[in-house]
Design a protein around this ligand. Structure first.
Ligand code: NCD
Length: 325
């Protein structure tokens, strides 16, 4: 077995690369991924059998709860005839509960498989795992309040599918912008393309950290913070609504104070939206978009956004495992 190179820029070549952050991407790599994603959608939609990942084993190592990310990675591997080792909540149900170190757990699983997908409550855990694993690539499925690159890639794909471009777009980001990792990865993704504007709507306590704000601004993204729904721009191409991240609050009273400050109802969509936009949400939602909105054709969170998650993950697994060039 050859040693892999450590997590670094993709530069159009995904083979054996760890996928830890949107920082590793450039526009060329994103478009390459989209091209493969389109092929994957064709395989999945028509239930074509594919052996692209035949013989491959993917470990899904999830230290935090997950339904979509876990389910779609498992489905992605299986659609392509790959196998999965599924470890959910190792802190309770595996040697980790006996006191095994993170380092040992990663070393053990890399011996059994060809790729590790990791979700972990600590920011930086995916990078740490990428450094520990000497032979197999690691894909970050969410590291605490850090990043969630595969969610951002499927969100970018959903936007691209609708508008045919990823530049000159105006987006609205609402909810927990301080703790939401999907928000940070998507903002970083948008900052790779030119002339994008992001309006940021959140309670004061959940504003993007100043560090992130300055960082995105430096990378060319125009950011506009607002505190009131009436300041939502009429011309937004998409709304990216998010949940208040309860598990990141030390004090539950503080959570109760800020949760669901901004809720999408039919009326909100009618008053502040426009007919060509899309309404996105990484899910799970816990009250911040009312079910009465679900049937609106602009709502994509239970339709294309979900399906694109599996297609993007099929593409990423195939590219990183070197099965598609
Ligand atoms: C997100 C996450 O885990 O960060 N969920 C997901 O993977 N789609 C969003 C969230 O939990 O709010």
């Amino acid at each position: 077995m050859t040693q892999k190179g450590l997590f670094n820029k993709i530069n159009g070549n995904f083979k054996n690369k760890d996928i830890v952050s949107l920082r590793q991407f450039d526009t060329k790599s994103i478009y390459k991924l989209f091209k493969v994603t389109k092929k994957m959608a064709d395989i999945a939609k028509h239930a074509k059998s594919s052996n692209i990942l035949k013989g491959n084993i993917v470990t899904l190592l999830f230290y935090e709860p997950s339904s979509r990310t876990f389910g779609s990675f498992a489905a992605a591997a299986k659609q392509l005839s790959g196998h999965t080792i599924e470890i959910i909540n190792p802190t309770d149900f595996s040697s980790v509960s006996k006191g095994e170190t993170f380092e040992d757990t990663i070393r053990v699983f890399e011996a059994y498989c060809d790729l590790i997908v990791l979700r972990h409550p600590e920011k930086g855990a995916a990078q740490k795992a990428a450094e520990i694993a000497k032979f197999v690539p690691v894909i970050n499925a969410g590291d605490g309040i850090g990043e969630h690159p595969t969610q951002a890639l499927l969100d970018l794909y959903t936007i691209y599918q609708k508008f045919g471009k990823l530049n000159n777009l105006t987006g609205l980001f609402a909810g927990d912008l301080l703790n939401g990792r999907t928000v940070k990865s998507l903002l970083r993704g948008l900052s790779l393309f030119s002339n994008n504007i992001a309006y940021l709507l959140s309670p004061k306590q959940l504003k993007l950290s100043r560090e992130d704000f300055d960082d995105f601004k430096k990378s060319g993204l125009k950011l506009i913070e607002i505190e009131n729904k009436k300041d939502i721009p009429k011309n937004a191409n998409f709304w990216y609504w998010t949940r208040t991240q309860k598990e990141r609050f030390k004090n539950k009273k503080n959570y109760e104070e800020v949760k669901n400050k901004f809720i999408v109802t039919k009326k909100v969509l009618q008053d502040f939206g426009n007919k060509d936009m899309i309404l996105m949400h990484p899910l799970p939602r816990v009250g911040e978009i009312l079910p009465e909105v679900d049937g609106d054709k602009r709502a994509v969170y239970l339709t294309s956004e979900i399906r694109n998650g599996m297609y993007i993950r099929m593409a990423l697994l195939s590219l990183v495992l070197g099965k598609i060039k």
